[in-house]
Write a protein that binds this ligand. Structure first.
Ligand SMILES: Cc1ncc(COP(=O)(O)O)c(C=O)c1O
Length: 352
């Protein structure tokens, strides 16, 4: 294996040509320090005529997503998410008093029911799509959404990575200046990672990880509508994602082709449709702790997206999401990995 599977990115190089990949997606596009900052900015911008701000959000999501809603003053009403291809289980009767719907195409695969979204539109409910996972899929931006908010930080190395898009009209909010301490930590962690690759010394990986997590935990406490730094904006405005998309799709297919599923590795998405650019290879595992330990022993670091968010206090009411939280595992299949790496990954997953 040329590179360990499951590791931090180094800083993305600036592309050779200006690109309007993000800029063309709406009438106002603004870049933020991170995805949650972008999401929070969209929520501050949302029109509300209702007395009580109520958001209809997935029971399977990330704590940082829900934190943006809570900080913006929203009460949360949850919808369950099916274990089969992570399809939202929307219920029309739940829409009473809802002002915003949060939509997500998990891991790049968009499986939501568009008829329901039309019903939301009919009721003047704002549709805010979290595009963190789906932004590089050709169907990853739902055409009827009012806002898109996402994080590029999961896709390649970048200090800031929040993208907020208003489909029509301009944002009324004024972003805050980027937080310098956060940026320092982000650049430092990526520098350490580069040194680890250059020197082969694992001590640099440890430094990278420690700075990364310190910076991350601080962001959880102080996130706000912080704008991006200039360098990150330049990366995004010169980004041609074509090769990255092709490589991720090819890698996902290679893992599928090399894998014999079992109860320890049941892929969530068992085929790759032509629209999807996958963010990860995600699967269910009956005994997840054991599977993750075995992977680690073979040089593959897996991740659990996501731990149960503390805001979901009644998880028994969402049996599908509960199953997902208890069994989901993800591994990286991104542009850094070769076909051979992915065949190796498929073989190891088969042996779990
Ligand atoms: C679906 C989703 N949306 C938003 C975010 C927040 O992005 P960031 O970490 O860049 O703030 C995350 C982070 O994990 C996420 O998984």
């Amino acid at each position: 294996m040329a590179i360990r599977i499951g590791c931090m990115f180094t800083l993305q190089e600036i592309g050779g040509k200006p690109s309007s990949f993000f800029l063309d997606r709406g009438s106002d596009v603004q870049y933020f320090l991170s995805g949650r900052c972008a999401l929070y900015a969209c929520l501050l911008d949302c029109p509300t005529t209702m007395e009580r701000k109520l958001a209809y959000v997935p029971a399977y999501t990330c704590e940082t997503v829900l934190a943006s809603y809570v900080k913006a003053g929203y009460a949360l009403r949850f919808y369950d998410v099916d274990t089969e291809e992570l399809k939202p289980c929307f219920k029309a009767e739940d829409l009473q008093d809802v002002s915003v719907l949060n939509l997500c195409g998990y891991y790049g695969f968009s499986r939501y029911d568009k008829a329901f979204l039309n019903e939301c539109k009919r009721r003047n409910i704002t549709i805010l799509q979290d595009t963190t996972h789906s932004m590089f899929s050709s169907d990853g931006h739902y055409e009827g959404a009012d806002y898109y908010a996402g994080s590029v930080r999961k896709w390649f190395g970048i200090a800031s990575g929040g993208v907020a898009i208003k489909k029509q009209g301009s944002f009324s909010i004024q972003p805050l200046r980027a937080d310098e301490e956060h940026l320092k930590g982000r650049y430092k962690a990526m520098e350490y990672r580069k040194l680890a690759i250059k020197t082969g010394k694992d001590s640099y990986n440890e430094l990278a990880s420690s700075v990364f997590w310190e910076t991350e935990m601080r962001l959880r406490r102080m996130f706000d509508a912080f704008e991006s730094d200039e360098k990150s904006i330049t990366i995004l405005n010169n980004l041609d994602p074509t090769q990255m998309i092709e490589k991720r799709r090819a890698n996902y297919q290679t893992v599928l082709d090399s894998l014999h599923p079992s109860s320890q590795c049941q892929p969530i998405f068992q085929s790759l449709d032509e629209n999807t650019c996958p963010s990860h290879f995600s699967f269910y595992s009956e005994n997840r702790a054991k599977a993750r330990q075995q992977l680690e022993q073979k040089g593959i670091t897996s991740t659990v997206y996501w731990p149960l968010p503390p805001m979901l206090t009644n998880k028994e009411q969402y049996p599908h999401a509960s199953y997902i939280y208890d069994h989901v595992v993800s591994v990286q299949i991104d542009q850094r990995y070769s076909r051979e790496d992915m065949e190796y990954l498929g073989t190891i997953l088969t042996g779990l």
